[in-house]
Design a protein around this ligand. Structure first.
Ligand SMILES: [Zn+2]
Length: 297
């Protein structure tokens, strides 16, 4: 028994060369894996089927963060309800805000729906700094990957060439996929849709979809009976046929609203792992575009 412990102990030293990374979202974890390659070990806190706005801060999450070298997060206050308490209880000085081990991936992203002034609360309480769901435009993942590569090179300068090479490879393959996805989805341009939560803006912006209404009153605020009535009216009057809801929303609410219209309700993953067999960032967009194309036939 003792021998086993000693060899496990030694084995853990052999792997000590890897940078330990924790990402808040599975999409960020997947991008970090591509950029970090064999030099990093990455885990994610939020699962793809969980609502990233309202995760329950479990003690196991802060244990995960205790010994990591780098924390990667979405930012724009997406994780405001749960990340700060986890950072505090993790007691890891490396990942405190402002340290090298804390990386806000929203840096440099061209944002949508940024409020013009403090009184502009159109984003609701959950999108106070602009729409935070920027990972649903794959062009933004190119920026995120660059941000991660730069930070990895700063923390682990010895391997910076490897990070740069991995980033170049990731960029090349993602750029090819973007061209392919844009070709596949050409027919979707101008398609009018409705959505449950304002989490499809970046996808819509990229693919040229037009979102004409939301089931939520405001992001994070469930529909009042009055709002529901006007939502149903908009859908029926404008003959909207596609209704998008992320797997993490209140699916029963979405179904009830869909029953009062003739829309095709698509409950789709908005994050990697949102449904089975969508295990990578590339697979997420393969899946989304395939489902959107089927619904628009
Ligand atoms: Zn949101």
């Amino acid at each position: 028994m003792k021998k086993i412990f000693i060899s496990l102990f030694l084995a853990s030293f052999l792997f000590a060369g890897k940078l330990e990374i924790v990402a808040t979202l599975p999409d960020l974890a997947d991008i970090a894996k591509s950029v970090g390659g064999e030099k990093v070990s990455v885990s994610s806190i939020c699962k793809g089927y969980q609502d990233p706005h309202y995760l329950q801060a479990k003690p196991s999450y802060s244990r995960k963060m205790r010994n990591v070298d780098l924390l990667i997060f979405n930012g724009l206050e997406l994780e405001i309800g749960w990340l700060a308490p986890l950072i505090n209880s993790a007691r890891n000085p490396k990942i405190k805000p402002g340290k090298f081990g804390s990386l806000d991936c929203s840096e440099g992203i061209p944002l949508l729906e940024v409020p013009h002034n403090e009184l502009d609360r159109s984003g609701g309480d959950v999108h106070p700094l602009g729409n935070p769901h920027y990972l649903l435009d794959p062009q933004n993942a190119l920026i995120v990957a660059q941000t991660i590569a730069t930070r990895l090179s700063q923390i682990d300068a010895e391997n910076s060439e490897i990070y740069q090479k991995n980033f170049d490879e990731f960029r090349r393959s993602l750029e090819l996929k973007i061209v392919e996805w844009e070709k596949q989805s050409e027919q979707l341009k101008g398609l009018q849709i409705v959505a449950y939560h304002k989490n499809w803006e970046y996808l819509a912006d990229w693919l040229g979809l037009e979102i004409v209404g939301y089931l939520e009153n405001r992001p994070g605020i469930p529909p009042s009976p009055k709002h529901l009535k006007s939502f149903v009216e908009i859908v029926n009057e404008q003959e909207i046929r596609v209704f998008l809801a992320a797997t993490f929303v209140d699916v029963n609410q979405a179904k009830k609203a869909a029953e009062r219209t003739e829309t095709n309700l698509l409950i789709l993953p908005a994050l990697v792992g949102g449904v089975q067999h969508v295990d990578s960032y590339f697979e997420l967009f393969d899946f989304l575009i395939q489902k959107l194309m089927e619904s628009a036939q």
